[in-house]
Design a protein around this ligand. Structure first.
Ligand SMILES: [Fe+2]
Length: 277
């Protein structure tokens, strides 16, 4: 059985279409989406429709939750945040808002012996960023259950999204995987003197599992692939002006986050100075 894990589409239609085509070519049986279908990119409705049609399991990302909630329920302080919320929220239909707001938080299944748990960001929150440089004990917490997970077992393999940065790590005999982002792929640690070809990061990324589904015995092989798919970025950006176009263009063209200053605390607590990258 082959299961594709996709995440963080962010309304990027060309990236999503190329990813789905690659998944189909590999004769995948199931597709799981880890959320953040919307925000940032232009093709909101098209991406929601494709995800609803193609995916077997769809989880809720922080953007799906945030922009489908009522403004009065949110604690938005800065004017620009309220403006952005209003712009994204008004592009959604009522049906889309209900669909996004009702998505589940997490999902799990066995494959070739391992309990595999998937969620958007962490077992408890959809907007906390665990990065690949994080401390080992913080990474270990990713395998623990919470009141939002389907079971109270400790997972063997965790696959998550949110950070838009694809990687795989091994700790305490467990495997931590970030599937990467389909439509907004970036690498947080960048340095022009050390970076490789920019085209490498400007691709859609996803994860593919192959093994025996719902099998609790370690009797069959398990394969984990991290896949990158080229797509037509120029065509994706050839759209009318909209409020977020410049920032989205900056991120997808450069493969980096729009505001490193805003997330510098994530690095500071690890002793990493982002200005010295
Ligand atoms: Fe995201």
């Amino acid at each position: 059985m082959k299961i594709a894990i996709i995440s963080d589409i962010h309304s990027n239609l060309q990236a999503l279409q190329a990813t789905i085509a690659d998944i189909r070519k590999r004769k995948v049986d199931k597709i799981i989406c880890l959320g953040d279908i919307i925000a940032k990119g232009y093709h909101v409705h098209e991406c929601i429709n494709i995800i609803r049609k193609e995916c077997d399991v769809i989880l809720k990302g922080n953007c799906d939750r945030h922009f489908s909630e009522e403004l009065k329920e949110l604690n938005l302080k800065r004017e620009e945040q309220v403006y952005r919320w209003k712009q994204v929220n008004k592009t959604l239909t009522e049906d889309e808002k209900i669909f996004l707001s009702q998505l589940p938080f997490s999902h799990e299944f066995y494959m070739s012996g391992s309990l595999i748990r998937v969620f958007h960001a962490t077992p408890e929150r959809d907007n906390i960023a665990i990065i690949n440089q994080d401390l080992i004990e913080d990474k270990y917490k990713m395998f623990l259950p919470s009141n939002k997970t389907e079971s109270q077992n400790i997972a063997d393999i965790v696959i998550y999204g949110h950070i838009h940065h694809q990687y795989m790590d091994k700790l305490y005999n467990k495997t931590l995987i970030n599937s990467g982002s389909v439509g907004n792929s970036f690498c947080l640690i960048r340095n022009p003197k050390k970076d490789s070809d920019i085209r490498e990061i400007r691709q859609a990324s996803y994860c593919l599992l192959e093994g025996k589904y719902e099998d609790k015995e370690y009797s069959e092989p398990l394969s984990i692939q991290l896949i990158r798919v080229p797509y037509n970025l120029e065509k994706e950006l050839d759209v009318d002006e909209y409020f977020e176009k410049d920032q989205f263009k900056y991120e997808v063209e450069n493969g980096t986050y729009r505001n490193m200053e805003k997330i510098k605390d994530n690095f500071e607590r690890l002793g990493i100075d982002i200005k010295k990258f």
